[in-house]
Design a protein around this ligand. Sequence first.
Ligand code: FES
Length: 154
Amino acid sequence: MEMAEVEEILGRYEGEPGDLIPVLQDVQERYHYLPEEVLRYISGRLHVPLSQIYHVATFYNAFSLQPKGKYTISVCMGTACHVRGAPTILESLQRILGIRPGETTPDGMFSLETVHCLGACALGPLVVIGGDYHGRMTPTKLDAVLRRYRKGGG
Ligand code: FES
């Protein structure tokens, strides 16, 4: 792995132990997860024990220690979305992508997860892709939406 990129991220900060969280946020954004070798490198550069870095990395949901896809697809399984057909949407997604919740497509494009009520029940069934809300989802709409993301658009 190219540490020049990590150096570039570290260069945005003072290099103090207190910079750990913003540095990890930048690394997460760049790689979509926190690679172990990068964490080791950061540990040396910021003088923070690796065990403490892992503690922080596992405490915050925003950080992932497993490779994540470019886009995370969150399917709301809250009650309102559930009764409006969320299970069918999840099934379709699993079939189209060939992965289950918690997994990432081999091309590194999509990670799939289920979430609880996102507070936009009127839009149910709700699917969030890369932070964008897609409401009143149907299996047919899914195909078209996913194609747009594969092409790089939203
Ligand atoms: S149940 Fe899905 S947004 Fe509330």
